[in-house]
Design a protein around this ligand. Structure first.
Ligand SMILES: O=S(=O)(c1ccc(O)cc1O)N1Cc2ccccc2C1
Length: 398
């Protein structure tokens, strides 16, 4: 990647990273999709995509030296630079049939180029773990960066998918869907679909699987199914991950007996939130372990070799939980785990009930985010053990 061309895009990177990304709500995605004007979408994206790419590229350059120098991180950096350049070709072109078609093709090329970026970044973290000692500050920076980097990636893929599904010659398989969004997504159907797919893996690996008990509680309209304007593939991704974790927990915790406690799912709708709570009696985990489940560094382990690929454990390594939480947070929802050690775990997905409140949550590259990478000296402001430090003695003196 010659210094020269880094030179001329670095000026454009500086220019576009000055703008804040513009978050869209699911309602805006729907309203725009229904009016379906390819020109307006092109005009919006040829600025918004470079803004989002430039914002996260500037942040990549702030990464700790030793991570930035990992081979896989260099590959990711070059991919982003190449995609940024690809879009820059459209900065000043006239809007006509030809440029609109070329733009669509370019978006598809960019989406394909970036399809394995999560694994490539995980490889970069692995390279770092295997080559350097990683101190707490570096681990914190990596956690902060990967949450923002992967959220940015979710948002860029959302914009690309909407444009290519609405205006490209791709089909989304559902006539009433608006791009990747289902205006009346029936949550229980996605729950059952994710359960069946996870159960398949569970049966293959454990030769058995727990049953599913699913109920719904619709505060507003008693009898009807709970529906949401949402991206079904995002909801599926989260539920599939949670089912894999719960099934693995149940099958390993009850490995001796033949009876397995069912997984219980409750779907509820209130005025503001729609919740999907998944409860398992898989033995849970201690509070001290809970934080690790969302840590990228902790869950980065070498991939199982191809030979035992079919025996890949249902869950446990990879970025499934942190990425699922990003999908939940992307439209201002959340994903939380509550575990009772020795009994089991509840996982709750919170979603916004109203599409005008379901706004994209986007990372912004600015002084605040830059400062995060430079300063993080944390001294405790709570005392948690007796004896030891001077501070405690002073305390005792007083
Ligand atoms: O940590 S967990 O409580 C757990 C975490 C997330 C989740 O969605 C469901 C869960 O149940 N659980 C994961 C796991 C895997 C192997 C053996 C035992 C356990 C316990």
């Amino acid at each position: 990647f010659t210094q020269k061309c880094l030179g001329n895009i670095s000026k454009m990177l500086d220019f576009y990273s000055q703008f804040n990304p513009s978050p869209l709500s699911i309602k805006q995605f729907i309203d725009f999709g229904l009016s379906a004007c390819e020109r307006k979408s092109f005009i919006f994206l040829r600025k918004e995509l470079p803004v989002r790419l430039a914002n996260i590229m500037k942040e990549i350059h702030l990464l700790p030296e030793n991570l930035l120098n990992m081979p896989s991180v260099g590959i990711v950096n070059n991919m982003y630079a190449t995609s940024f350049e690809d879009i820059m070709q459209f900065e000043k072109v006239d809007v006509n049939e030809t440029t609109l078609d070329k733009f669509c093709q370019t978006l598809v090329k960019i989406r394909n180029r970036h399809k394995d970026i999560v694994e490539t970044m995980a490889q970069g973290v692995l390279e770092l773990k295997e080559s350097h000692d990683v101190d707490a500050q570096t681990e914190n920076n990596i956690q902060y960066f990967l949450d923002r980097f992967l959220m940015s990636r979710i948002s860029i893929r959302m914009l690309i998918n909407q444009h290519t599904l609405l205006f490209g010659n791709e089909l989304n398989g559902h006539s009433r869907h608006v791009g990747s969004i289902d205006p009346s997504c029936e949550i229980i159907s996605v729950v059952k679909d994710a359960y069946e797919k996870a159960r398949l893996l569970c049966d293959q690996y454990y030769l058995a699987s727990p049953e599913l008990i699913v109920q719904q509680h619709n505060e507003l309209e008693r009898c009807s199914q709970i529906r949401i304007v949402y991206v079904p593939s995002h909801l599926f991704h989260m539920l599939f991950e949670l089912f894999k974790n719960s099934m693995r927990a149940i099958m390993e915790h009850h490995s001796s007996n033949a009876e397995y406690p069912a997984i219980e799912v409750i779907v509820s709708r209130g005025k503001e939130d729609i919740c999907v709570k998944m409860s398992d009696r898989g033995g849970g985990i201690p509070r001290s372990q809970m934080d690790h489940l969302f840590k990228y560094m902790y869950s980065t382990a070498p991939r199982p070799t191809k030979t035992d690929a079919h025996t890949v454990p249902l869950a446990g390594y990879g970025y499934g939980l942190p990425v699922s939480r990003l999908y939940a947070r992307y439209f201002h929802g959340d994903l939380v785990l509550q575990s009772c050690d020795g009994y089991g775990t509840d996982a709750i997905i919170y979603l916004k009930a109203l599409s005008n409140e379901a706004n994209e949550l986007l990372p912004i590259f600015n002084k605040t985010s830059s400062k995060f990478y430079r300063t993080q000296v944390s001294t405790t402001d709570w005392s948690s053990h007796c004896g030891g430090g001077m501070a405690t003695r002073q305390l005792r003196m007083s």
